[in-house]
Ligand binder design. Structure first.
Ligand SMILES: [Zn+2]
Ligand SMILES: [Zn+2]
Ligand SMILES: [Zn+2]
Length: 201
């Protein structure tokens, strides 16, 4: 019997790394599997009770641990994904190596994005950020106060920890306004208008 080996992938909640490892189906049926992150901070476990597989997965999205029960068809064939109960996103993948690697790449990008969003309210300097945002409001209230080189007069704002990005919805051009020090504020105050550089095609 030659069965394709199964690849498991999850994000380590401790260090944020993608943990990917393979086990052959025979081993999965014969003994419990433990797939540990290099950092030692997380381990995925599988247990076969003779009927179904019980899987315990550390979750890189919510930081918790989830358990799932899978019949052998689902565990040993095709590709399957386990969802995080808190975020509703898939946080663990089981399947052929290529599929799991691809899915893990997407998951890493998603997790990175959520980390950045989560940090949105933690500014390097709250007072400076507040001043920068109100100055931007003043600039935006002037006729053509904020425009893009491409001719677009609309813009979107993204607030980061130490900067504000003005983004052109048309061409994707981006102007980063540092918002961490007094000097950043002085710099912004010299501008009557702001121009977003056109995104390079
Ligand atoms: Zn780790
Ligand atoms: Zn979760
Ligand atoms: Zn533009």
């Amino acid at each position: 019997m030659t069965e394709e080996s199964r690849t498991f992938g999850y994000l380590c909640p401790e260090c944020g790394k993608a943990v990917i490892a393979s086990r052959d189906p025979f081993t999965l049926a014969a003994s419990d599997a433990a797939i540990e992150c290099d950092c030692g901070g997380a381990v995925l476990r599988t247990r076969y009770d003779g009927v179904r597989y019980h899987i315990t997965v550390p979750c890189g999205l919510c930081g918790g641990t989830h358990t799932a029960v899978c019949p052998p068809e689902r565990m040993l064939r095709g590709a399957t994904a386990l969802a995080c109960a808190k975020t509703g996103q898939f946080s663990c993948f089981i399947g052929p190596a290529g599929t799991v690697e691809q899915k893990m790449k997407e998951l890493s990008i998603l997790a990175e994005k959520e980390r950045q969003d989560g940090g949105e309210n933690a500014f390097v300097d709250n007072v400076i950020m507040y001043e920068i945002l109100s100055e931007l409001k003043d600039i935006a209230s002037r006729p053509d106060g904020i425009t893009c080189q491409c001719g677009c007069r609309q813009w979107k704002m993204r607030v980061r920890r130490s900067a504000v990005d003005l983004i052109c919805p048309d061409c994707g051009g981006r102007l980063r306004i540092p918002a961490a020090t007094d000097r950043d504020l002085d710099d912004l105050c010299c501008h009557m208008k702001l121009t977003i550089p056109r995104a390079k095609a």
